[in-house]
Design a protein around this ligand. Structure first.
Ligand code: NAD
Length: 329
């Protein structure tokens, strides 16, 4: 099956090429999918998309008109695809439901340690030959309360690491994970209570209509004064303006953000030499208590192998059977 791969990067192409060899015929572009680039897929039955692509209603109609019938997502998240519209058009969409959750969970833990132990400030002083420790006091994670919002695959991997650190775990999810309760003694509580009690809150749920701006002015006002917020899930779950206010008033002492509400035109591109005209982004980036990274939590060799192998397996299944086990409805 001929597949047009949008938003290919130097980091994922070798994994995809290796996996597709002798199985699938792929054509690549570094360009993102949008209404101007949808025509590039003409002649291909399938497209393979990344999180930076836009498969809105209008774009799907263009893909369909160009003969595309299958959409293989190289991600867990699928909020960038209008799935009801794809289904209405008779196009099949599949994601990669699982690939190394450890990649993201370990990254979230790294963010906590960098912020809590003041690595950023310490390095800044170190480069100035200043080895005074007065501004670098952190706190032990042992015995602290960690709130986990979304205890699916990534939330579970994250919980188990912090259980090993000797933390007390509390969780909020629309469904409880019985095995995780057994393994880590996590206690499920309402979101407000989780925010009131947690020293650190980690967001690990998907972006949906229900979770859009779940972290807003009202929920920030419930958070423990001086807590740390980690978001490796999706930028739209946090209202950035409200977060900046919570950082200003000291409710949030530090934030680790691998995702950002308006990341699409910024992340996964080289803007060296150009100004990024986004005041909120610049404001976040200017703060020594904010660690803002470019959606890289997934970026391990194991995760990239997993993404490539499931993406190609999804295309193989469609080609051989016409349906695939990871289809989204
Ligand atoms: P998952 O489906 O295994 O777990 C998600 C959990 O969130 C589930 O337990 C689900 O019940 C829960 N949930 C759903 N709606 C909720 C709500 N309204 N309130 C509370 N909990 C809710 O998914 P996962 O593999 O653990 O991934 C979680 C998210 O992480 C993905 O949706 C994706 O957006 C993000 N992610 C980010 C990166 C990155 O590189 N930064 C990489 C992979 C995934």
């Amino acid at each position: 099956m001929k597949t047009f791969v949008y938003s290919i990067h130097g980091f994922d192409k070798p994994f995809i090429e290796k996996e597709a060899k002798g199985k699938q015929e792929l054509f690549y572009t570094e360009q993102h999918l949008n209404s101007e680039t949808a025509h590039l897929a003409k002649g291909c039955e399938a497209v393979a998309l990344f999180t930076s692509d836009n498969a809105s209603c209008e774009v799907l109609e263009k893909l369909y008109a160009n003969g595309v019938r299958f959409i293989a997502l190289r991600s867990v998240g699928h909020e960038h695809v209008d799935i009801p519209k794809a289904n209405e058009l008779g196009m099949k969409v599949a994601n990669v439901p699982t690939y190394s959750p450890y990649a993201i969970a370990e990254y979230a833990v790294a963010m906590i340690l960098i912020l809590n132990r003041k690595f950023l400030k310490g390095q800044e002083l170190n480069r100035k030959n200043n080895f005074l420790l007065d501004t670098l006091v952190g706190f032990d994670l042992y015995g602290k309360t960690i709130g986990i919002v979304g205890t699916g695959k990534i939330g579970t991997a994250f919980a188990k690491i912090l259980y090993g650190f000797g933390c007390k775990l509390i969780g909020y999810d629309i469904k409880e994970n019985g095995q995780l309760i057994h393994d880590t003694h996590i206690q499920y509580v309402p979101l407000n209570e989780l925010c009131e009690k947690s020293d650190i809150v980690s967001i690990n749920c998907p972006l949906t209509i229900e979770t859009k701006y779940m972290f807003n002015k009202s929920i920030f006002s419930k958070m423990k004064k001086g807590s740390i917020l980690i978001n490796t899930a999706r930028g739209g779950i946090v209202n950035t303006i409200d977060l900046l206010e919570a950082l200003d008033n000291g409710t949030i002492a530090a934030a680790g953000l691998d995702v950002y509400e308006y990341e699409k035109p910024i992340f996964f591109c080289d803007h060296e030499g150009n100004t990024i005209n986004d005041e909120l982004f610049q404001n976040l980036r200017s703060r020594s208590n904010v660690l803002l990274t470019g959606h890289q939590a997934f970026l391990t060799a194991e995760a990239l192998e997993g993404i490539a192998s499931t993406t190609i397996a999804n295309l193989n299944e469609w080609e051989k059977l016409g349906s695939c086990s990871n289809e989204l409805k």
